[in-house]
Design a protein around this ligand. Sequence first.
Ligand SMILES: [Zn+2]
Length: 550
Amino acid sequence: MKRLLLCALIMSACAAAQATDAPTFSPERLSADVKTLASDAFEGRGPATPAEAKTIDYVVAQMKAAGLQPGGDLKDGKRSWTQAVPLLRSEIVGAPKLTLALGDKREALTQGEQIAVRAPMDGSTAVAIADAPLVFVGYGVEAPERHWDDFKGVDLHGKIAVVLINDPDFETGVGDFGGKAMTYYGRWTYKYEEAARKGALGVLIVHETAPASYGWATVKNSNINTMFDIVRDQPAAVHPQLEAWIQRDLAVAMFKHAGLDFDALKKQAQTRAFKPVTLRGESLSASFKVDKSVITSHNIVGRIEGSKHPEQTVIYSAHWDHLGVGAPDARGDRIYNGAVDNATGTAALIELGRAFAQGPRPERSVVFLNVTAEEKGLLGSEYYAANPLYPLATTAGVLNMDALDPHGPARNFTISGSAKLGLLDDLIADAKQYGMSYTADPKPEAGHFFRSDHFSFAKRGVPAISFGSGNDWGNGGLKAGKAAEDEYVARHYHQPSDEWQASWSFTGMARDLRLLYTVGSQLANSDQWPDWSKDSEFRGIRDASAAERK
Ligand SMILES: [Zn+2]
């Protein structure tokens, strides 16, 4: 009461008093955890390698010492510390035989050159596609809330859909899909999933550098090697048998041969009136064997049971895995230590757990989810979200942390990609008391929102974001912050040199964790269910489970 009165009189004192309600975090503990997890002894934390057991032992010991309870799989009525995550590993045996028929002409396509075919994830052990017809389906989008349907009822069974990357208003910059910013309808994963729902045998995504936000080299490097997915009951429901990208030049030639103009059809595809077009006289054949197996990795799960609404959950998440041991760099170092990516997030998760365990018990349960196989395609989080240990309908929000900045505090923060939801509004409001402002993703068209672990929850409607460290440093401003960012991306990101440094102060992370604690604690001590904005593509699926939150 006294404090409230004082607050009314002196606003800045009020903000300061509230800020001190959040516990402080120890930069030394954060540093020690990152140093250990990123040491050579942990061999780059590859899932389903000997390093996995070592990582699990360490994180579980830390979570126990922090005062958390096990929140993983139920075994004989008791929770364990982990959730088993079975992963499908799929590899094309040898060079796949790929043939494009253009009328009477048959042209062999080279894997990695004109086309990049992924190892199948629909459960196939061999692929034998003979002369499958090709149908151009524009952006391959069905978005009822935007009154948009590129398919117009076309039958895709036994056929291969040819689709454009990004969403229909990327090129014009204005329209029903957020303008330049990418909606989920623009992401390549969506193209495959939607085509599978329509029964397509295969999908060819036409690569164009600007709307993809990366060049062909990235497409090639990330598609023609070993693929992983979670083990699914019905994999064919989300994966067509043939998932591939093709070079733009090849697409233009294919359209031309069918008497069509690629650019003109692309323009049409940017309107609601677009109708699918068959590439007459053309077909694709594909023949190869597949080597597949199942490996098992684990998510690590700590929990504090809520005092008033134990069945309701707030999740903090971070991935523990990194790239393991791989190709040596110029120094001959083969261990991809992953200090920033993501020993930092794992250390943050442990310390947030300690703060909640030592503070007042939250009304809702709080789960500390340290997921695996992020680097293989967000698979640990995907597995949890597809097989939730605690119901998603009553999960109030997910705050994910990936690759936090180990330097000093910044005046700002960001999130991965762009999104409109109550959770972000809360973060922005609470940041003020720490003197921090929100900086939006400067390149929302790159679709970063769909490239971090929170997205596995978001696409199922759960309000979720990935917190990102700011770059406007208290010491050195934007110039210093951006220079450090650029240096990290160029010299350390996904390289063996992402190693712990004695010079890192961790004071920025310690401050940012107070903000993340504040937002999570408010949510965990509330009856509110923050939602997505009305025009969000995730609003509909969230609202479908509204009755379970009454
Ligand atoms: Zn990461």
